[in-house]
Structures are given as structure tokens and as C-alpha cells.
Write a protein that binds this ligand. Structure first.
Ligand code: HAM
Length: 439
């Protein structure tokens, strides 16, 4: 039915949307203190940006991308049976990193010798995965990307910032684990990759069909396979930690040193490869220890020193992370953190009869101008039913406008919890209501 939302999507309504706004504002506040500036990129991009950026043989690109077929040239070419050219072949963004790097190149945000550019973003991402708790087809991320910083202190800074955000949001530290790893670089990864391929070839008959294909296309992806047989095989596969070159080992050791000195506890996981192909050196993921099942990663990221170049920009190091909003909310709910507060009506303006309409309207404007969330009846309800509506609305104060009070230049302000009433001069209503609602 067209009245049902698509599978794997959610409507964020009232306190749900307020929670999104509040956590996004918190993320921007925390990231802002580290020098990040906001960026917003399109929800769809040329598909080749993601193919080149994220990697053709990743699940995200190979299986989960939403193709956008709307443009007229695309329809014309499809009708003719011709493949659309790259310019017209679009996809909904499955993540934010490739788009941000594209924008940095396109707007030349990183001039030669310039200081690193630090950008933060929030918004929906789209992956056609099989929906389940914590796994949606449209989900939201809060992310950061830092382009132009090579030093291990930059990696540590980004990880520390991520952990600070989770702390500020109210996630108990003992309910999450921080996993880190180094993925190596061009000097050591090709040989490591080959050793994993060789190992998988020797165990090919124990692997699922996807992992059999991965032997040649992308062997490291097999570390992420959920098939129990593949997991058992990959448990004994060669580890990157034994294959890092000196440069990568030193970088990784320095990152850990910064984290140690900052008091950030972490677990090293030499099988952490992450699902996107652009990573080099440091990768990290924050997982909820209990309750989220397989969808337990609430955020993750890493360094991607080759991405900018592979998208046609100057060779520039980069790093960042993204937090999954929906999973963050599940973790906050599990921790009993109140969410989406601060909504609803604070004051209700009731009218004794229609002769009071104009005055009530004026009172309401004064309340709203004072920043008080106020509402009144627009349906000619009786005073009794106006009080009922006020009660249901959760308003802490009701302002009663009656002919007698108005004739004396006053109204009655009633506290809904104690039912205490006071007569208040017409011009003093916002102050009296503010006192009642503790504003
Ligand atoms: P990612 O690990 O693919 O990384 O996604 C980041 C987070 O988004 C995940 O940890 C998870 O919380 C959330 N997430 C991913 N897929 C879904 C889904 N289908 N439903 C709900 N939540 C989901 C990235 O996207 C990288 N761009 C992060 C990054 C930034 N690396 C460097 N810079």
C-alpha cells in the first residue's frame, strides 16, 4: 500500500525527530571544539564516485547501492538500450566520506601547503541491506573527515573525539568497547593480501561462495563474513599485525601511545578490516558489548591516505569516522538515557467565552514572544473541554481569560499540578507563567 513507508526506513516524529536534532547538535558542538566546520553534500552522486572511492568488490557498492534512474537522458538511453554514461548514472549515497572528499577536490578546499581541512556532516545514508533491528536501508550518520594531516596525533585526536562524543551523549564507558587495528599501506598490504589469498585458496572448499570469489577480488573482506564456516577458517588466517612494514608499525605504535596517555582504553583486533576498501593504516570501531547482536557497531572509521588521489585529487592523507544514529539511540535507550525531552506545550490559554477571543490571542502571542510554548483552542470548545485538552497537553500552566478578569485588565493563571490560581495583570502574564514553569 502507498500508505506504508518503504521497508527499512523510519519516520522520525516529534520526540524522535527532536532526539535526532539534539544528538546532531551535540555532535556538532563536540566536533566544533576540535575545529570542524559543517558541510552538506547531495544525497545522490555519480555512481562512479562510490565505485572508485569505496571499492567495486565491497558489499556496500556491489550489493547495497540504490541506483537513481530519474534523469531524462538516463531514461532515453535506457530506452535505446544504451548504457548511460557515468555523468547520468547516479546513486543514493551509502556513506559520506567519498562525497566529502569529492567536495574538497571540487572546491579546492585544500590549497598547496594549506592547513588540514576539517569537515563534519550529518544526514541520511542509503544501503539496500536486509532490514533488521539496528540495520536500516535509510539510516543517519554523524561524521567527520580531516584531510591533510599525516601525523599519528591526528588519528588519536579523531578517536578521542569519537569517545568524548559517546561520553557526552550518555553512553556508559563500560557498555562499549573501542577496537583498533592497522591495515598497513602500499608497502606492506599487497604481500599480506597475497598471503591471505593463498591461505584462503588452501581452504577454498570450506568457504562460502562469496568468500570463494573474494579469494581473487578482495580476500580481506572474508574477515567480515558472518558465515560460521568462513569465520572458523578466517580465525586462523595470517594476521596483518605480523605483516606491517616498519613505517606502519611505528605509526600504529605512536597512535596507541597518544591514546594511552589520554587514558583511552582500547582493544587491538588484528581482524578488524572494516567494510570499505579505502582504509590504510589506522582503523577503529566502537561496539556495544551487549544487546545489539550483530549490529553492534555504533561508529567506526579510520585513515584513508590514498582516497583523494584515487578520486582524481592531489595525493593527500585523510581520516575520519561516522556514527550510526539509529544504533546510538538503541544504545542510549538501553542505558536508560532520557531522549527527545523539551517538547510539548508549556502553557494553555483558555477562553471563558467568545468575547475573550481577541484578548486570549494577544496573551498567546506575548507568551510565544517570551519563548514559552503556548497553544489555545481554535474550535470553539467549551471551557470544560479546553481544560481537558490542557490537561492532556501536559501544560504546566493554564491562563484563563474571562470577561470579568479582562474587564479588570487581568487574567487568571492556574498551576496545573497544585491547582493554585492567581490573578495577574494582562501585561505580566509571561513573567507569571515563566515563574510557574521554572523557566
Ligand atoms: P561504516 O562503518 O560503514 O563507515 O558506517 C558507520 C556507522 O554507520 C556504523 O558503525 C553503523 O553504526 C552505521 N551504519 C552503517 N550501516 C548501517 C545500516 N544499514 N543501518 C543502520 N546503521 C548503519 C562509514 O560509513 C565510513 N564512511 C566512516 C568513515 C568516515 N571512515 C572514514 N571517515
Amino acid at each position: 500500500m502507498p500508505t506504508k513507508k518503504p521497508q527499512g526506513t523510519e519516520d522520525l516524529i516529534a520526540s524522535g525527530e527532536r532526539t535526532y536534532q539534539q544528538l546532531m547538535n551535540l555532535a556538532y558542538e563536540v566536533f566544533g571544539t576540535y575545529g570542524y566546520e559543517p558541510i552538506e553534500t547531495p544525497l545522490f552522486e555519480r555512481i562512479d564516485l562510490f565505485v572508485r572511492g569505496i571499492g567495486e568488490s565491497t558489499d556496500v557498492v556491489g550489493k547495497e547501492m540504490f541506483h537513481v534512474l530519474a534523469s531524462e537522458p538516463y531514461r532515453r538511453l535506457s530506452a535505446e538500450g544504451t548504457q548511460p554514461d557515468a555523468k547520468h548514472h547516479l546513486a543514493l549515497r551509502p556513506e559520506g566520506t567519498a562525497s566529502v572528499v569529492r567536495a574538497v577536490i571540487e572546491h579546492n578546499l585544500l590549497p598547496q601547503g594549506g592547513t588540514p581541512v576539517k569537515l563534519m556532516y550529518a544526514g541520511p545514508m542509503f544501503r539496500a541491506e536486509r532490514p533488521q533491528r539496528g540495520r536500516l536501508r535509510e539510516f543517519h550518520q554523524f561524521g567527520v573527515e580531516c584531510l591533510g594531516a599525516t601525523a599519528p596525533s591526528a588519528d588519536a585526536e579523531v578517536i578521542i573525539m569519537l569517545m568524548r562524543f559517546f561520553g557526552r551523549a550518555g553512553i556508559p564507558r563500560d557498555s562499549i568497547r573501542l577496537l583498533i587495528n592497522s591495515m598497513g599501506d602500499d608497502a606492506c598490504r599487497p604481500a599480506y593480501r597475497e598471503s591471505v589469498s593463498a591461505y584462503m585458496r588452501a581452504h577454498a572448499d570450506e568457504l562460502c561462495d562469496d568468500c570463494k570469489r573474494r579469494i581473487e577480488t578482495n580476500p580481506l573482506r572474508a574477515f567480515d563474513c558472518k558465515n560460521p564456516d568462513c569465520r572458523a577458517v578466517m580465525h586462523s588466517a595470517p594476521l596483518i599485525s605480523d605483516a606491517l612494514c616498519d613505517g606502519c608499525s611505528e605509526h600504529y605504535a605512536a597512535v596507541k601511545g597518544y591514546l594511552d596517555r589520554a587514558g583511552i582504553t582500547y582493544e587491538e583486533d588484528p581482524r578488524l578490516v572494516r567494510g570499505l576498501d579505502y582504509y590504510t593504516n589506522t582503523v577503529f570501531e566502537v561496539q556495544v558489548i551487549d544487546g545489539l547482536g550483530a549490529q553492534n557497531a555504533i561508529g567506526g572509521g579510520g585513515r584513508y591516505d590514498k582516497l583523494m588521489e584515487s578520486l582524481g585529487g592531489k595525493s593527500t592523507p585523510g581520516l575520519g569516522f561516522a556514527i550510526g544514529y539509529e544504533r546510538l539511540v538503541l544504545a542510549l535507550e538501553a542505558a536508560g538515557v532520557p531522549l527527545g525531552e523539551g517538547g510539548g506545550i508549556q502553557a494553555y490559554v483558555a477562553k471563558v467565552d467568545s468575547s475573550c477571543d481577541a484578548a486570549a490571542f494577544q496573551v498567546m502571542q506575548a507568551l510565544r514572544d517570551a519563548g514559552i510554548r503556548a497553544d489555545c483552542d481554535h474550535q470553539g470548545r467549551s471551557l470544560k473541554s479546553q481544560f481537558k485538552v490542557a490537561g492532556k497537553s501536559g501544560a504546566a500552566a493554564v491562563v484563563v481569560c474571562g470577561p470579568d478578569e479582562l474587564a479588570a485588565g487581568e487574567v487568571t493563571v492556574r498551576a496545573m499540578d497544585t491547582h493554585e490560581e492567581q490573578r495577574v495583570a494582562f501585561g505580566q502574564v509571561p513573567q507569571a507563567v515563566s515563574a510557574l514553569i521554572g523557566k
